[in-house]
Design a protein around this ligand. Structure first.
Ligand SMILES: NC(=O)c1ccc[n+]([C@@H]2O[C@H](COP(=O)([O-])OP(=O)(O)OC[C@H]3O[C@@H](n4cnc5c(N)ncnc54)[C@H](OP(=O)(O)O)[C@@H]3O)[C@@H](O)[C@H]2O)c1
Length: 247
């Protein structure tokens, strides 16, 4: 059986590094979208290896950026992938909405929301065309969308909750197993986590290893409210529970 590859969007962030660690641990390979060589080097450093990792520089915020990567995959220039994990996110800061400029709002929505949409739009048709019954597409969202403590991350999460409902509907009967990981605590790359007393990326990554091995979890919000939820996955359906006929 050929080795599976996971395309990671937001690969050099806290969650992306978590997932990259999990992917390598599960003997799969990483295809990481990075903004520049410095980010690629940062990822290699976090992982402690270059083996099994392909990085590709791309402007994920441009209309055709992620699509251009998929096009290069199709020509064989880059490795084919069977899974996508998307965790594009903006700044994790608290700023009252009344102090935020329209420019900053749009910038945060671009990275917090649009990148995930662009990733979905570019990769889902490829995964469906490949027809691999094991394909998955997973997004990370956060409880900030319900808590509202960090203003811009919260608003972005709200949109991602809805995008996840749409994706769950759209992929209900395809070969692409879509799920939303809903995370309610802070995860950071290991050194930062140790310094800040939050959960380490390498520990959190276990959730993805488990999810990839659970074909029964499909169209779900997987809720990670505390660390015990990694050992025993808890999930609930996303989107309309009954099959909706497209008009
Ligand atoms: N971390 C958590 O505990 C947590 C909890 C719940 C939900 N989430 C959600 O998960 C998602 C990711 O969170 P995170 O903590 O992993 O975020 P993060 O550490 O801030 O990572 C952000 C990622 O986005 C990239 N990025 C940011 N701005 C960019 C830009 N202008 N151009 C290109 N790339 C850019 C970064 O690349 P560079 O490395 O090149 O800067 C990095 O790969 C967010 O939606 C967040 O709300 C996270």
């Amino acid at each position: 059986m050929s080795t599976e590859t996971v395309l990671l969007v937001g690969a050099t962030g806290n969650i992306g590094v978590s997932m990259a660690i999990a992917v390598l641990r599960s003997k799969r390979q990483v295809l990481a979208l990075v903004r520049n060589q410095a980010s690629a080097e940062k990822l290699y450093k976090y992982l402690g290896t270059r083996e099994g990792v392909t990085t590709v520089e791309v402007d994920v915020m441009s209309d055709g950026g992620i699509q251009s990567v998929v096009d290069r995959v199709k020509t064989g220039e880059l490795p084919s992938f069977q899974h996508v994990f998307s965790s594009g996110g903006g700044d994790y800061v608290q700023r009252d909405l009344s102090t935020i400029s329209l420019e900053y709002f749009r910038q945060q929505m671009t990275y917090g929301v649009e990148v995930n949409f662009l990733a979905y739009r570019a990769t889902v048709p490829y995964l469906i065309a490949q027809g691999n019954p094991k394909s998955t597409w997973t997004i990370c969202t956060g409880a900030q969308g319900d808590w509202g403590l960090y203003q811009m991350p919260a608003i972005a999460q709200g949109a991602l909750f809805s995008m996840s409902a749409v994706a769950a509907q759209e992929q209900k009967e395809t070969n692409v197993r879509f799920n939303e990981l809903y995370l309610a605590y802070r995860v950071e790359v290991d050194d930062d986590a140790d310094a800040h007393g939050v959960v380490r990326a390498s520990d959190f990554g276990v959730i993805y290893e488990r999810l990839l091995e659970r074909p029964d979890i499909r169209g779900m919000r997987v809720k990670i409210l505390d660390e015990s939820d990694i050992a025993d996955l808890k999930f609930e359906p996303k989107g309309m529970p009954v099959t909706h006929t497209k008009e």
